[in-house]
Design a protein around this ligand. Sequence first.
Ligand code: NAD
Length: 424
Amino acid sequence: MAYIEPAPIRDKSNPFESMMERFHIAAEKLGLSEEVYNVLKSPTKEVKVHLPITMDDGSKQVFKGYRVIHSNILGPSKGGVRFDLGVHTDEVKALAAWMTWKCAVVDIPYGGGKGGVKCDPRSLSAGEMERITRAYTVAMKDVIGPETDIPAPDMGTGPREMAWMMDEYSKMEGRTIHSVVTGKPVVLGGSLGREEATGRGVMVCAIKAMEKRSIDPASATCAVQGFGNVGSWAARLLVEKGVKVVAISDKSGAFYKADGIDIEAAIEYRNNNNGTIEGFSGAENIDPDSLLTLDVDVLVPAAMEDVIDANNAHDIKARMIVEGANGPVSANADKILQEKGIMVVPDILANAGGVTVSYFEWIQNRTGYGWTRERVNMRCERFLKSAFEKVFSATKEYDVSMRIAAYIIAVDKVAKTYMFRGGF
Ligand code: NAD
């Protein structure tokens, strides 16, 4: 096969290279033709805009905005909008491709997309954020749409920004269109159960992985890095299943308690303490780096990318890693963990609960009928369990890790769909 092989991976690699390496391995295992390989690796559309914004002091500042549609083979593209100073084309491209594979793994009828604005949300007022969000929506009018490309929140954006996007898009269309974005406030067509959906998916995958390794959740221990939306919900739901969460951390530091941290107390503390667990007295302070190398059954990195790399992978003692965050394990670390026999449930499966419930939000908006929380949670769990089983079977069929198995399933699905649809 005459693919152009991606450059070898450096650690702390650029996310696009990291995604491409995994895609490449899956393509080889599947024996993908060069034609299909080239179609699937190339983003369908890359749009870059410049947004002139009036700042609160009356000055004008120009912000760069991006939207990349990696694929719309399975359906309209889906993916978040990130507001961050680090936003750049390569990152948006990688994240868009990630969304293609994530949607394909959990079997929802979406392609992958991603967008962003290069800005520092912490230094912007609410008014400035609103003007940037609305200007971005207008500039992307011909890209986004309920049948074409459906944004959602990502780093630096949330329900507030989605409400502005939905409103601006609706104004341009002259009618209310809820389904153009997901992750909206519930009162504006958001879905019940969306807030906890990603953590729920992490919990489902962790329980499934324990089942495969014959570990009883009631006697299992877990460490969670990151105590934001994903980490705290995963911790709370794992505790409900009987798992002892012995360590948690956030940007401010890490905490450990051998007989299990009271997660409800930690969440309450965080909610009343500006969103951080700094100063939490329910457990002892530990070195944040040591959390990753604790001797636990399950490690859930739910903070940021590349926290487990070739430097610390040898020291990991957890039996399994369930990736709440996107890309927390570098490609080089993957190889080390596999040699050590540590099961890694990859991000495109483990944190796909969020996009799954976004899909449910879109369905609810399009039918005009809101589901109960129970229905959302039950269906989210069903999708994740079924995806986990498919990926796990593929590890046996192809003799590969869970990560490569997930890519194989995703790439195979998109490739087959492309072959049926055909090109020009
Ligand atoms: P969040 O902002 O709610 O929480 C992030 C948490 O990580 C915070 O507690 C923060 O203090 C902590 N953190 C940051 N740097 C850290 C560090 N170096 N060490 C320890 N903790 C650190 O974000 P979130 O929505 O929970 O997202 C977390 C990760 O999950 C991201 O990678 C995100 O892309 C991914 N993800 C989120 C969703 C979702 O639905 N929210 C869906 C899929 C993937």
